[in-house]
Design a protein around this ligand. Structure first.
Ligand code: NAP
Length: 281
């Protein structure tokens, strides 16, 4: 039996139990996976609970991805580079931190051609954009531009990536999107615009008309499965992908770490995608 958890605040709506459950069931692993609300500043109490109760590993979401680092006994190179941890494995009471977000997104977008040789435009400059921009640069994108409502936040991500890799990233305001996408090969929406449960969406999607033919349009949102951005892009003949791939791959990559076991992630994706989609519907 493997005992796992996801921690965060809020945590009620986490889909982690569903994603990990699909993978572990498919592998025939006996498991428990609990959601634990851990408020900011309460990580030590949870770590104590995890060690006393034989938790083998846990996923982390807001607000703990950076705060956990000081409590780790070991950190994987990717997590250290990102300064962010989404997976902790506990081995003989030692905490080892990993980050599977970047590889999760990379695996999902690889199905549509990946980053190599691409000009990428990212809308948004939050936590996930740091990871994706860094991954894009490391995996051979020829140009990365970040357009954001608050330009200084885009600049902060660009400075972070430059400090880690020496590579320059272009930054701009969201209003520059109309010209900004004219030469783009991969457009990524990393804002909550268009997400179910929020009232906000793009005011004007006519920038999609400026995309070169066959641009890949990726929205990190998976609910709804097709945002207004993806619908418009698909109507215009572009290749579209929602955020479900990232959600699934980052989870399965964490399962590989917990289990210390190799399995074919793409095959696991194929086997579980239908079930996960039906649970999401
Ligand atoms: P975050 O840190 O909260 O950042 C949100 C970003 O969106 C910020 O750049 C913010 O701009 C911008 N934004 C928010 N509301 C906006 C609005 N009304 N108009 C224009 N811009 C707005 O979030 P995150 O963690 O980076 O996540 C970003 C998105 O990715 C979310 O939709 C999240 O659900 C999704 N996501 C998906 C996965 C997956 O597995 N598929 C994983 C992680 C995240 P300011 O800088 O101006 O505030």
């Amino acid at each position: 039996m493997i005992r796992l958890a996801v921690i965060g605040d809020p945590i009620e709506h986490s889909l982690s139990p569903m994603v990990h459950g699909a993978c572990l069931k498919e592998l025939g692993i006996d498991y428990e996976y609990e959601k634990v609300r851990v408020k900011k500043g309460e990580l030590l109490e949870f770590i104590d609970y995890a060690k006393k109760n034989g938790i083998d590993g846990f996923n982390l979401t807001m607000p703990h991805k950076t705060d956990i680092i000081e409590y780790l006994d070991e950190i994987d190179a990717e997590a250290e580079l990102l300064g962010s941890v989404n997976t902790v494995k506990i081995v003989k009471n030692r905490l080892i931190g990993y980050n599977t977000d970047g590889d999760g997104y990379f695996m999902s977008i690889s199905k549509s051609g990946g980053f190599k040789g691409k000009k990428i435009v990212i809308l948004g400059a939050g936590g996930v954009v740091r990871t994706i921009a860094l991954k894009g640069v490391k995996e051979g994108a020829t140009e990365v531009a970040i357009l954001n409502r608050t330009k200084k936040n885009a600049q902060a991500v660009a400075d972070f990536v430059c400090a880690k890799t020496g590579e320059k990233i272009l930054v701009g305001e969201m209003s520059e999107v109309f010209d900004g996408v004219k030469e783009c090969d991969l457009l990524i929406n990393a804002t909550p615009l268009g997400m179910s449960g929020t009232k906000s969406d793009f005011d004007d999607l006519s920038f999609v008309e400026n995309l070169p033919p066959k641009t890949i349009v990726s929205d990190l949102i998976y609910n709804p499965p097709k945002t207004s951005l993806l619908k418009k892009a698909e109507e215009m003949g572009h290749i579209v992908a929602n955020g479900l791939g990232m959600l699934i791959y980052q989870g399965f990559l964490a399962d590989k770490i917990y289990l210390g076991m190799d399995f074919d992630l793409d095959l696991m994706y194929e086997k579980t995608e239908k079930k996960i989609k039906s649970l999401l519907a």
